[in-house]
Design a protein around this ligand. Structure first.
Ligand SMILES: [Zn+2]
Length: 382
């Protein structure tokens, strides 16, 4: 596999489906491309469009976890007009370092309470356990004039800022927090990120991956299939099945597809002559990358190349392993869609390589397209 050197700059892909919405250009070389979908299959896919599968984003651990809580003291605000002074004085004494996501004051939750507001005072850390101190113990009078505050009580507060809407809702049930919402993550979590047309297209790509997995398995290979797509043109660039059992232990479905695209771009490390089902579209040669070009350090050099999979999407029946996940990082894939999870998978199950902050490329990962059929393929291989 020919891989250009890593660039030093951060290459971060943001959630976006706009690329996938560009005008459809039908492939001109359909007659000779084994990667082109048969027309009858397309019709069948459209009929299957009433999806029986759900597509879910594979988010980082920080975005997926339950909200952790800390214990703190709060007190009712007896005199509303004292609120801003009290906030100022209490915040100076107890600045809530590292907890800037918390609102200092909340509306009282007890509707029968005569007091409309409650104020967060400080964490219980270091204070005597099981006993709620008095106001004067918590707020020395030389620091805070307690006029306008009622008796302290215990509360649970979220210890980290919420990163997703479900986390925000969970956190708010404890104590109000600020929340900088990523609308596309919210849409992805509620299944609204992709249109009906996009989902129908995704299903067709996964059907093609399943088909090639079956064909590869008939020849004694592991039942894993993969399809590499340019979402900007909706073209299938490469189709491959797992070849590890027969030919080379490194030739997992993902590695096959990346190498096929590298091959189409004039590189590649492996020979697929004995695997006619593993093929690339002739058009890859004309349009390497999807318009984004990362350059070598020497800008005057004529060897300006895109990374192998810049702007491309991978559809694969099984969650990639750690080797394949790293190959996807190095080749600068844009998005990965996998059908069934794998216990050793590196994009959600065992690791989440795509969310590793230390790596200089990140990509989006979604799971669940035709999960049941992909799961059956897994069982077939066991
Ligand atoms: Zn692998």
């Amino acid at each position: 596999m020919v891989s250009p050197p890593l660039v030093k700059t951060m290459s971060k892909v943001h959630l976006s489906t706009s690329e996938a919405k560009k005008e459809h250009k039908p492939p001109s070389q359909e007659d000779q491309d084994v990667t082109a979908e048969p027309k009858c299959k397309r019709r069948r896919s459209m009929e299957l469009e009433s999806c029986s599968w759900n597509i879910l984003p594979v988010l980082s651990d920080e975005e997926s976890r339950e909200i952790a809580v800390l214990q703190a003291y709060a007190a009712p605000v007896l005199s509303k007009k004292e609120t801003s002074r009290l906030v100022r004085e209490v915040s100076t004494l107890y600045p809530l370092e590292g907890l800037q996501h918390l609102k200092r004051v909340r509306a009282c939750r007890d509707r029968d309470s005569p007091y409309p507001l409650e104020m967060l005072l400080c964490l219980t850390l270091g204070k005597e356990e099981g006993r709620v101190p008095s106001l004067s113990e918590l707020l020395p009078e030389e620091k805070v004039n307690c006029f306008g505050l009622g008796q302290p009580f215990l509360v649970l507060i979220p210890s980290c800022p919420p990163l997703t809407r479900p986390q925000f809702q969970e956190a708010s049930a404890y104590w109000p927090t600020s929340f900088h919402e990523n609308k596309q993550v919210t849409e992805a979590l509620t299944g609204q990120l992709f249109s009906r047309e996009e989902k129908a297209r995704m299903q067709r790509y996964m059907e093609q991956a399943i088909e090639v997995a079956h064909q590869g398995a008939e020849k004694g290979n592991e039942a894993v299939g993969a399809v590499l797509v340019n979402p900007a043109t909706e073209e299938v660039l490469a189709v491959g099945h797992d070849c590890r059992k027969i030919s080379n232990p490194l030739l997992h479905g993902t590695m096959v597809c990346i190498d096929l695209v590298a091959r189409a771009q004039g590189g590649g490390a492996y020979n697929f002559d004995s695997y006619p089902l593993c093929s690339f579209a002739a058009s890859v040669k004309e349009a390497p990358g999807a318009g984004v070009t990362d350059c070598f350090d020497d800008a005057s050099s004529s060897s300006i190349l895109p990374y192998i999979c810049t702007g491309f999407d991978l559809y694969i029946t099984r969650e990639p392993c750690i080797m394949c996940a790293m190959a996807l990082v190095h080749s600068r894939i844009q998005r990965v869609f996998y059908g069934a999870p794998s216990p050793d998978g590196a994009l959600g199950s065992r690791y989440k390589i795509h969310t590793q902050k230390d790596l200089n490329h990140h990509f989006q990962v979604f799971r669940g397209i035709l999960e049941e059929q992909c799961q059956q393929l897994r069982e077939k291989s066991q």
